[in-house]
Design a protein around this ligand. Structure first.
Ligand SMILES: Cc1ncc(C[n+]2csc(CCOP(=O)(O)OP(=O)(O)O)c2C)c(N)n1
Ligand SMILES: [Mg+2]
Length: 540
């Protein structure tokens, strides 16, 4: 049935129809008609206004990462779009379904170069360069179809961000619009049985298989564990795949524990992963290695050397492998004790990365099993990639291959909005935390009870170490003069604490999590005193 609505109203309706319940953003004249339509639907669509577009987009990212649902943010065109761009490229890097909803200058001005408010030479080209798919809604009647298409892109195949822009005047323009348009639901890709048969002949003969999982396998935890048990193979992950196989089971290995196993690997079974660990971090490729991959993105497979590439959904592909292997394999002798010994040995070795490991042990002991740990590009964050055990998929939140300083605190707020009943801790350096410090105001205003731990070494500590060790102590731009973090938090209306040792952090973190209000815990560290985590991340 046709209805007389504005493009803004048609977009809001499309969001509701596609299951959106939460939006983050900052309004401006170009988006007023959209914001007004969201106001009209506010019983269905909650809106959190942020202090910077970067914050809105990172919150949408955290929301998507924590829940698997689509994270949505709105921003004005031009500088608003660009302010949010680092979060959009993070969503791209980490395969997160994030929708950027923005506007454009007046439709008859696009491409003229008159230089009017918020104009970019070619905004749509920029959005296309940052996303899987981006389109302009040029007519209110097209809005339902384009919103539906956005959700098809967001929910089918490889999840990655998308963007929609609708010019200022079009957003407020009325037309008779058919609102009842559903996204096309493409079934998940099934594997080719011939390719499965080839994979099975490689895998069945493996003496030392290793399973590597990435974010693409997060919904396949039962299947991956079953494959690990069948093959008696360890399972490892770099960042986004962590927790798919819990590190509490003998089969779940941190990247540090997996490295010695990797050196003797003869068959790598890589599921939903780009294999960054193997090709970029570990670099060394064992002689005679065969690589079997399952990936939903056919374009991903030829990017790295692959012997058998299975284009399929991770769960369907792994199930097909299990079914085909069932008849082919004899029961293998248990390697559980061997894996446990390997893990204990590596834990003893990386215990040298102090004081980070001691702090991480305290955080792991206090954070509930299903609590979220949001890392940052800092000494504790780098160390966490191998020294902080993860038990559940999605609970370790990182920034994919971007490693972009500052994403963590803002992202953690979106995580908490998506999972309000679960504990959320972000682990920040003093440098990175200040990239998103303004969102303390958002946390307090909207009662988003995350705990930010800020390791204050009064420096961009990683830069300081690099300049010390690689550039002969020629320091530049590494020292930071910081505010008093406890008083800073309090001035926003958040709880502020200071913990000067791992033992002191435990009770403070317990209390902060129990209170479930926005909190910051400063941990002072002497500059230059943290042991380098890099030998464990780049062992070669
Ligand atoms: C957006 C962005 N800018 C700059 C960098 C380079 N960089 C990587 S680590 C780092 C220092 C981080 O300092 P801090 O957050 O205080 O953590 P610390 O290393 O001191 O623990 C910098 C500047 C980056 N990764 N991303
Ligand atoms: Mg620092």
């Amino acid at each position: 049935m046709l209805k007389l609505v504005t493009a803004g109203q048609a977009i809001a309706d499309g969001l509701v129809r596609n299951g959106v319940r939460q939006i983050f953003g900052i309004p401006g004249v170009h988006t007023y008609s959209l914001i007004d339509a969201l106001h009209e639907r506010q019983r269905e669509l909650a809106y959190i206004g942020t202090r910077h577009e970067q914050g809105a987009a990172y919150m949408a990212y955290g929301y998507a990462q924590a829940s698997g649902r689509v994270g949505v943010y709105t921003c004005v065109p031009g500088p608003g779009v660009l302010n949010a761009a680092s979060a959009l490229c993070t969503a791209y890097a980490a395969n997160a379904p994030v929708l950027c909803l923005t506007s454009e200058i007046l439709s008859h001005e696009i491409g003229k170069g008159h230089g009017i408010l918020h104009e970019l030479p070619d905004q749509l080209a920029i959005l296309r360069g940052l996303t899987k798919w981006a389109e302009r809604i040029g007519d209110p009647a097209d809005a339902p179809r384009l919103v539906a298409r956005a959700f098809t892109e967001l929910t089918c195949g490889r999840p990655r961000p998308v963007a929609l822009e609708c010019p200022w005047d079009t957003l407020g323009q009325q037309a008779w619009v058919e609102l009842d348009v559903s996204p096309q639901a493409l079934p998940p890709a099934e594997p080719d049985p011939d390719v499965i048969a080839q994979a099975v002949s490689v895998i069945a003969g493996a003496a030392n298989p290793l399973i590597m999982v990435g974010s693409g396998a997060r919904h396949a935890r039962e299947e991956v564990l079953e494959l690990a048990k069948l093959l008696q193979a360890p399972v490892t992950a770099h960042r986004s795949g962590r927790g798919i196989v819990s590190e509490e089971t003998p089969y779940g290995l941190s990247l540090a524990a997996a490295y010695p196993a990797w050196l003797a690997t003869d068959v790598l079974v890589a599921i939903g992963t780009r294999m960054e660990l193997q090709f970029i971090r570990w670099k060394h490729i064992p002689q005679g290695l065969k690589i079997v991959r399952i990936d939903i993105d056919p374009q991903e497979i030829p990017r790295r050397r692959t012997d058998i590439g299975i284009v399929a959904d991770a769960r369907l592909g792994t199930r097909a492998l299990l079914a085909a292997l069932a008849g082919r394999m004899r029961t293998r002798a248990s390697r559980e004790a061997e894996f446990a010994e390997l893990k204990a040995r590596r834990r003893a070795e990386f215990a040298a990365v102090q004081p980070q490991v001691a702090y991480l042990e305290v955080i792991r002991a206090v954070l509930p099993r299903d609590g979220f740990f949001v890392e940052e590009i800092c000494q504790a964050g780098f160390t966490a990639r191998f020294a902080f055990p993860v038990y559940e998929p999605r609970t370790y939140v990182a920034s994919g291959y971007q490693d972009n300083l500052g994403f963590g605190y803002m992202t953690s707020l979106g995580v908490k909005v998506a999972q309000p009943r679960r504990a959320v801790v972000s682990v920040n350096g003093d440098g990175g935390f200040m990239f998103g410090v303004q969102e303390l105001a958002t946390a307090v205003q909207h009662r988003i009870g995350t705990v930010a731990i800020v390791f204050n070494n009064r420096s961009f500590g990683n830069v300081l170490r690099d300049q010390q060790t690689t550039f002969g102590g020629r320091f530049l731009g590494e020292r930071l003069r910081n505010p008093d973090f406890v008083r800073l938090a309090e001035s926003f209306g958040a709880a502020g604490y200071r913990a000067t040792s791992p033992a002191a952090l435990g009770p403070v973190l317990e209390r902060a999590l129990a209170d479930d209000v926005p909190a910051l815990i400063e941990v002072p560290i002497e500059p230059g005193t943290e042991a380098s985590p890099w030998p464990f991340l780049h062992p070669a």
